[in-house]
Design a protein around this ligand. Structure first.
Ligand code: NAD
Ligand code: MG
Length: 394
């Protein structure tokens, strides 16, 4: 029996994780759940899974949640609040596995705490890894933690790696990764119409049902840019060994090209419960609740090279990782601010890459080898991006 802590339990990945947990109550016990402020969803989850402790980051929502629990059947659940409590529950002694599913930089400190505490880290929170690659992997290596990728592409790549492979290692016989992408909702929209895209159009992904931030990232293809950086860090590869492939059917979730010419692919329906169940059962396998893939319904699979003019965010991600040091941290922070402004209808869809590129130009490359530097650059890049948004709106 393993104890699990789910950081970001009320989000898209959190909900899918609890769906898998419910199928394997003999193997997993929910110790801790966390939410930013969605106490209604958290309450329903508590009634079903009865964790020992929950974190509601927002102080006043945490108070309201305590009231809500008082007359319930789960009134013994401990309620904590504040960001420090996230680290506290991620490192509890009876927690074996931590699902890191908070969106954005807010997930860095608790995910890193789980890594330092030697937990089995199930990593969905790609932004944490992109902003702190070197120190995150160092923490994993030093504590002996197990890092298992939840992002469907990286989970696919991990599954295609040689037997005994551990994340962070270099698989010498693997010469290339083919990182697949659906191309998002605007894959074929005329480029001159992208300027008028609305938040509702951008979050309506053709194949995957996800949170709002990652849905916008998929529409700009920054998601693939972040994933390319994520792949360089997880699999110790150079950016030029990672080829992004547009594959609109989203049936192949990525491929590994070996020196002998073998290409291994992982396939399945586009449902995050597959990578979640894979990592929760690893090195065994168990039921995820996902329907078997009907290959006849799939019928055909297409592959195209991405157009970097249509998707400048992907180009910026290559520029950031090639520059190295703090640049991926700057890229990530500026992107978070730009996406938030787009969702609030303060900037246009096509402003997103402009904001990121202008932010990156404001920074000189330097090493990012301490947490202090990373957190400081993250803050500075957010301020720079906000200034650029103000200038755009003037
Ligand atoms: P989501 O928006 O649906 O959920 C985010 C979760 O994080 C919620 O539980 C929310 O309460 C919590 N949260 C948000 N801001 C917070 C803050 N400041 N402090 C503490 N908690 C906070 O997001 P999602 O789609 O589930 O994505 C979560 C992560 O997983 C992201 O990093 C995303 O890139 C990654 N991911 C998601 C998918 C997917 O299918 N949704 C696929 C691959 C990777
Ligand atoms: Mg992905």
């Amino acid at each position: 029996m393993k104890g699990i802590c789910i950081l970001g339990a009320t989000g898209s990945i959190g909900v899918s994780t609890l769906d898998v947990v419910a199928r394997h109550a003999d193997l997993y016990k929910v110790i801790a759940l966390t939410a930013n402020n969605n106490i209604d969803v958290l309450y329903e989850q508590c009634l079903i899974h009865h964790p020992e402790v929950v974190v509601v980051v927002d102080e006043s929502k945490a108070q309201a949640f305590k009231e809500k629990l008082k007359n319930s059947t789960v009134s013994d659940i401990k309620v904590l609040s504040g960001v420090k409590a996230l680290e506290q529950v991620a490192t509890l002694d009876n927690v074996d596995s931590v699902m890191a599913a908070i969106v954005g930089a807010a997930g860095l400190l608790p995910s890193l705490a789980a890594a330092k505490a030697g937990k089995i880290v199930l990593l969905a929170n790609k932004e944490a890894l992109v902003m702190s690659g070197t120190i995150f992997m160092q923490a994993i290596a030093e504590s002996g933690a197990q890092l298992l990728p939840i992002d469907s592409e990286h989970n696919a790549i991990f599954q295609c790696m040689p037997a005994g492979y551990k994340t962070g290692m270099q698989a010498k016989e693997a010469r290339r990764i083919l990182l697949t992408a659906s191309g998002g909702p605007f894959r074929e929209m005329p480029v001159d119409q992208l300027v008028n895209v609305t938040p509702d159009q951008a979050v309506a992904h053709p194949n995957w049902d996800m949170g709002r931030k990652i849905s916008v990232d998929s529409a700009t293809m920054m998601n693939k840019g972040l994933e390319m950086i994520e792949a360089c860090i997880l699999f110790d590869m150079n950016p030029d060994q990672i080829q992004v492939v547009i594959h609109p059917q989203s049936v192949i979730h990525s491929m590994v090209d070996y020196v002998d010419g073998t290409v291994l692919a992982q396939m399945g329906n586009p449902d995050m419960r597959i990578p979640i169940a894979h990592s929760m059962a690893w090195p065994e396998r168990f039921d995820s609740g996902v329907e078997p893939l009907n290959i006849f319904d799939v019928g055909r699979m297409d592959f195209h090279e991405p157009n970097l003019e249509r998707f400048p965010c992907l180009r910026l991600a290559y520029e950031a990782i090639n520059a190295g040091g703090i640049m991926p941290t700057v890229l990530n922070a500026a992107n978070e601010i730009a996406v938030e402004a787009f969702l609030d209808e303060r900037v246009r869809f096509t402003d997103i890459p402009v904001i990121i590129e202008c932010s990156m130009k404001k920074f000189e490359v330097k090493v990012a080898d301490t947490l202090e530097i990373i957190l400081d650059i993250d803050q500075q890049a957010r301020i720079a991006a906000k200034q650029i948004i103000e200038e755009l709106n003037r």
